[in-house]
Design a protein around this ligand. Structure first.
Ligand code: SF4
Length: 276
């Protein structure tokens, strides 16, 4: 049984102006190589200072921890079919543990939903050596350093884009991108725009459960970010998140996905017609 694979971004096409780091990232020949470059990155002084200050000052509950404090690399299954894009590391979560979505409430919510969908080996992610494994999923973010107030600036997001660009190129089996929040969706859409897959982002408004398809690139499935702001208000429930990832896993099991003609529908509308 063959599955449709997407190579959404042309690795031979260089961005117009490249910094030395961008050149190194573009030349990285593996996801591990990208991870290494992420960890050593110092491009955004404001974010680096914030991460180090948070690691030094610590939260009282974690005063016995040695915080990671460095940029947090993406992680997961190097043969992933699903790319999961978050916003940025949590100051006392991934910035503490060194693994994305690990050690805070957003991660608790997310890993449980992935586990329920069969995309993670454990319902929790507490620390980098907890035995958690992602299945079919590569977990990344729009920015790799924890930003003050969870808000990276447009320039900081742009400076972090080369890592996402290269990860997309290094995932040959990719079939679906799940964006956690509007900023993550825009990060992916901007890369598609750069590659000529779309002209304007205005045709792709963010909405939980919306699925967008493109001529060559992997489809985009939008999902509310599992931030405390969303989960504590009920905007995003555990059931909603688990449903979305179950749907995503069903699509990955379907060799005919993405179905032609489906361009932008809400998850529930999609679910009505999904193969059983
Ligand atoms: S946010 Fe990205 S580009 Fe900026 S310093 Fe961190 S890793 Fe580097």
């Amino acid at each position: 049984m063959t599955r449709k694979a997407h190579s959404p971004l042309d690795s031979q096409r260089p961005p117009s102006v490249q910094s030395p780091l961008e050149t190194l990232v573009a030349q990285a020949d593996s996801l591990a190589g990208v991870q290494q470059l992420v960890v050593g990155c110092e491009r955004c002084p404001r974010l680096r200072e914030h991460c180090l200050a948070t690691a030094r000052d610590k939260r009282r509950a974690y005063r016995d921890w040695t915080y990671w404090g460095k940029p947090v690399p993406a992680w997961g299954d190097s043969q992933a079919e699903l790319l999961l894009i978050g916003l940025a590391p949590g100051a006392h979560g991934a910035n503490r543990t060194g693994r994305m979505f690990t050690g805070d409430r957003s991660g608790d919510f997310l890993y449980r939903a992935l586990w329920e969908a069969g995309l993670a080996s454990q319902p929790e992610g507490t620390h980098a050596d907890d035995g958690q494994m992602l299945r079919r999923v590569w977990m990344t973010a729009s920015a790799r350093c924890a930003p003050p107030d969870n808000r990276p600036s447009p320039k900081e997001l742009q400076q972090c884009q080369p890592f996402l660009r290269r990860e997309l190129q290094l995932l040959p089996r990719l079939r679906l991108v799940v964006a956690l929040g509007g900023i993550a969706a825009v990060s992916y859409l901007r890369l598609l725009q750069e590659q000529g897959e779309l002209r304007t982002l205005a045709r792709f408004p963010f909405g939980h459960g919306r699925l967008y398809q493109f001529p060559k690139a992997a489809p985009l499935l939008c999902c509310y970010h599992p931030s405390q702001q969303n989960t504590s208000t009920g905007r995003l429930t555990a059931a909603m998140l688990a449903d979305l990832f179950r749907q995503a896993a069903t699509w990955l099991d379907d060799p005919a996905f993405p179905h032609p003609g489906v361009t932008s529908l809400h998850l529930q509308e999609q679910a009505k017609g999904r193969p059983r």
